[in-house]
Design a protein. Structure first.
Length: 224
């Protein structure tokens, strides 16, 4: 039996402009290499999906983002509560606004010292998959009368699968290939997150396998 307990209620739920804020993730791992036709080997990418609360179709773990946690902490918590997995949450380190401000300051300071060159931010500095809006009748309340939710989705590299977890009595786990996940996914917005964001992000990761990390690398400090 799991000693972990799932959070319930909406006392600490975050809202923004009438939208309920949600955090979730697409858990993934690599299956043991399979032999290819040319005698080589390749890693098989799989994503973890769970049965929906209603029992119809499969979904990715997600839930309300509460006001005593960061959005990354909320996504990681939901992965444990709903899917019983822990791992490395690949999250955005800087927001777009952070990047713009830093680059502007850096360019001004470097220029004032006669340092010539273009300072650029890599387009793949973040592993945050994006925000997705959806509507749910079951999530309507006084702060969110129309049931509109805004979900922040992340990629989670699974490193531990728990034998027991809070929602194991109502959630079944399934490791699927990408085509299987696309076919089985209950919600269109989750399918979009998988096909349009996760797959694009993963392909970029494969292209940049020589890099230790695929985050934006900034100098330790700006010029004085």
């Amino acid at each position: 039996m799991s000693e972990l307990v799932a959070r319930t209620g909406r006392l600490h739920q975050r809202y923004e402009a009438g939208c309920r804020l949600v955090a979730g993730c697409i858990p993934f791992k690599y299956r043991s290499p399979a032999e290819t036709s040319d005698g080589g080997s390749q890693k098989i990418l799989e994503v973890l999906m769970i049965s929906s609360a209603s029992g119809h179709g499969l979904v990715f773990p997600k839930g309300g983002w509460e006001n005593d946690e960061t959005v990354e902490e909320a996504a990681a918590r939901e992965a444990v509560e709903e899917a019983g997995v822990r791992g490395e949450l690949l999250s955005c380190v800087f927001t777009d606004n952070d990047i713009r401000i830093w680059l502007k300051i850096a360019q001004i300071r470097y220029a004032s010292q006669g340092i010539i060159g273009v300072i650029e931010a890599s387009a793949d500095y973040e592993e945050f998959l994006g925000y997705y809006e959806f509507k749910s009748k079951t999530l309507q309340d006084d702060c969110c009368p129309e049931g509109i939710c805004k979900a922040a989705m992340f990629a989670l590299l699974v490193k531990e699968e728990l034998q027991f977890w809070p929602e194991q009595s109502t959630r079944k786990r399934s490791w699927l290939t990408i085509p299987e996940a696309v076919h089985s996914c209950r919600h269109q917005w989750m399918r979009n997150a998988l096909e349009n964001s996760f797959l694009k992000w993963h392909e970029e990761q494969m292209v940049n396998t020589s890099k230790k990390e695929n985050h934006l690398i900034l100098p330790a400090s700006l010029p004085n």
